[in-house]
Design a protein around this ligand. Structure first.
Ligand code: ATP
Length: 233
């Protein structure tokens, strides 16, 4: 359903991504791993339209989305949880979640989804009136995940959810992602922590210096030198 083909991207004279080809099937959980600076964030940001592509194609259910504005991409069913989470600090938890109403796919089910997000993340329900900027890193990550879910995505793009979190909190966030996976959506996860990503994904791609070097089922990748590099990266 998400089909990325020969996608190229960069910054000025820097080429950060060359000929990326990947597929995320409906309800699939796909990981994109690689060491620091491999181009993972560039890949997600270019797929989601936050950063302009140089060439290539990104289709969602057959429709080209490259070149569309970020809010149009969300309307078509793609949501991204960017690196650094980007919650709106002065707004409350609930106000952050309600922001999704303007851009989401289906207004009629909004209240239902709000209840679903609070059910997935009881911590957010407890703190619904708290200013987002006062929440811990793990809570902000949950809020960013919840806000993305509020748009009713067909595919959810996650950029390093483990970043900057203490190991115990990483476990909490990934347990939440494990529950999200039971919803009717596909996930593309970018992670530097290959162990974590491979433990969850049903298919994985390894990126090195902006190019895919290997792909396969996690069980087939775990022993490859490229993945060892990513582990060490
Ligand atoms: P990280 O885990 O550190 O975020 P990454 O795999 O996500 O790494 P990217 O952030 O996509 O990698 O970076 C890929 C390359 O593009 C790197 O060489 C990086 O220095 C470069 N790059 C990223 N953002 C910019 C930018 N805004 N301007 C110039 N170069 C950039």
């Amino acid at each position: 359903m998400l089909n990325v083909s020969t996608l190229c991207s960069g910054y000025g004279a820097i080429t950060a991504l060359t000929d990326l080809n990947l597929v995320v099937p409906a309800r699939g959980f796909v990981a994109l791993i690689g060491s620091n600076g491999a181009g993972k964030s560039t890949a997600l940001n270019t797929i989601s339209g936050l950063h302009p592509a140089r060439s290539g194609s990104v289709t969602l259910d057959g429709e080209e989305i490259l070149g569309k504005k970020a809010h149009q991409v969300v309307k078509r069913g793609m949501a991204i949880v960017p690196e650094g989470r980007m919650v709106v600090a002065p707004l409350t938890v609930e106000e952050n979640l309600r922001l999704a109403k303007a851009v989401g796919r289906n207004h009629d089910t909004f209240d239902e989804r709000l209840a679903q997000v609070y059910d997935l993340f009881p911590r957010l329900a407890e703190r619904r009136k708290q200013h987002a900027g006062l929440m811990s890193g793990g809570e902000q990550q949950m809020l960013a995940l919840g806000r993305a879910l509020m748009t009713d995505p067909k595919v959810l793009l996650l950029d390093e959810p483990s970043m900057g979190l203490a190991p115990a909190i990483v476990d909490v966030v990934f347990a939440a992602i494990e529950r999200i996976r039971e919803l009717d959506l596909a996930i593309l996860l970018v992670e530097q922590n290959a162990t974590l990503a491979l433990a969850m994904a049903d298919y994985a791609y390894v990126l090195e210096r902006g190019r895919l070097v290997i792909e396969g089922k996690p069980s087939d990748l775990a022993d490859s030198p490229e993945v060892m590099d990513a582990y060490l990266g």
